[in-house]
Design a binder for this molecule. Structure first.
Ligand SMILES: Cc1cc2nc3c(=O)[nH]c(=O)nc-3n(C[C@H](O)[C@H](O)[C@H](O)COP(=O)(O)O)c2cc1C
Length: 374
């Protein structure tokens, strides 16, 4: 498996990536989803990505009622309509966040949605939550073999529909609740993530102030959901404001936080590519790495006994993932790392994590969570 991963790494770096990076990222993403949907239907081909996987008892955990064979997941936004779950499982992810899903069908923002910053290891994202809507996506979830999610937890990310019609607080809350109720009806997803921090939508991020977050979470409490819920956090807030949101979260039926979303703030960015102001959107990848790790560290220090942390942002290597685990993340998730490094990166990160755990004398990933937090 190691040699296959090495060969894929070289092939991706020297052949596939140069070809893919010559095309517009919107087209690449569209073709990739189309190809994955075909691959998923052909059993022999569907199984091939397993060759990139890496398994070890060092990486296994049971958390929030679900079994995770490894801590590395696919973050929200890559598989918006949850079309590719079988392929993502076979690529070696330990879990995936599908969506973000909204109550109504949503076309997203006018294109272009994506802009690459190749030297800065980042994407500028301006998609605005395009998805087929909860009804169609929930129906699709029932077509997956139910036991598939027993050791590959599916987290469904729920956001509010990006339209003028869901722009007031009342409408937006009703929109989130409608999606959750629909998903609860079939009970297919073991876990939900509430995306309060999508920066590219009508009405912005209304639920990133304590008062309005309180209103949203009170409404979600009323749904009496028994599955775990994580809140996808913004990363551009100073710690005092971020902490005020956590203070609200721990008062409600919320078990986890995902830290965090894209980086909005361009001030102070040291990019190696030019980024003209007319390119709309927010940054993923390397520019999010340190900010999110710092927020994970502070969150673990103050709320580690109350909230499970999913660490997201700029994970390209095992060391990046390990830094987030040692800062307090129980699980990590990524998108940009896979786009820049290739699909074998998931197995590479898992193999590297085991080497780092062994180096530091740990027998399981759980022992390393929060190790850097005094
Ligand atoms: C192409 C793309 C689409 C995204 N769409 C969503 C989304 O729909 N919902 C969401 O919560 N986050 C979305 N994100 C944010 C990612 O889930 C993640 O928080 C962010 O990209 C940082 O992780 P990364 O550096 O590994 O990409 C998106 C990111 C990318 C790159």
């Amino acid at each position: 498996m190691k040699t296959i991963r090495q060969a894929t790494r070289l092939g991706y770096k020297h052949v596939a990536k140069p070809l893919l990076f010559k095309q517009h990222p919107d087209d690449v993403h569209h073709r990739l989803v189309r190809t994955a949907k075909v691959v998923q239907k052909v059993p022999v081909i569907r199984e091939l990505p397993r060759l990139w996987g890496y398994q070890s008892s060092f990486l296994e955990q049971t958390l929030l009622g679900s079994r995770f064979v490894n801590p590395v997941g696919l973050s929200a936004g890559f598989d918006k309509n949850i079309d590719m779950a079988s392929v993502m499982r076979n690529v070696g992810f330990g879990f995936m966040v599908g969506g973000s899903v909204t109550a109504k069908v949503c076309d997203g923002n006018p294109k272009p949605w994506f802009h690459r910053l190749p030297k800065s290891h980042s994407l500028v994202v301006y998609a605005g939550l395009p998805n087929q809507g909860v009804e169609r996506i929930a129906a699709r979830l029932t077509t997956y073999p139910r036991r598939m999610f027993d050791d590959f937890p599916l987290v469904v990310s729920v956001a509010k529909t990006n339209s003028i019609a869901a722009a007031t607080d009342k409408e937006a809350i009703a929109d989130y609740c409608a999606s959750l109720k629909r998903l609860e009806r079939d009970g297919v997803a073991p876990f939900y993530e509430i995306n309060i921090s999508c920066p590219n939508t009508h009405g912005g991020e209304p639920f990133t102030t304590p008062e309005r977050l309180e209103m949203l979470l009170a409404a979600i409490d009323d749904l009496a959901i028994h599955r775990p819920i994580s809140i996808k956090m913004p990363i551009d807030k100073p710690w005092v404001e971020f902490r005020a949101l956590l203070e609200v979260i721990v008062q409600h039926n919320i078990q986890a936080v995902t830290i965090g979303n894209l980086r909005k703030e361009r001030k102070g960015l040291k990019l190696q590519d030019s980024l003209p102001s007319q390119v709309k959107g927010n940054l993923s990848g390397a520019p999010t790495r340190e900010i999110s790790t710092r927020l994970i560290h502070n969150t673990y220090k103050h709320y580690g006994s109350k909230l499970v942390i999913i660490g997201v942002g700029g994970i390209f290597t095992a060391q990046d993932a390990y830094d987030k685990v040692r800062a307090g993340a129980s699980l990590v998730a990524l998108i940009t790392g896979m786009i820049f490094e290739g699909p074998q990166v998931v197995g590479d990160i898992n193999a590297g994590l085991v080497a780092l755990l062994k180096r530091d004398g740990y027998a399981n990933i759980a022992q390393a969570i929060g190790a850097d937090v005094k």
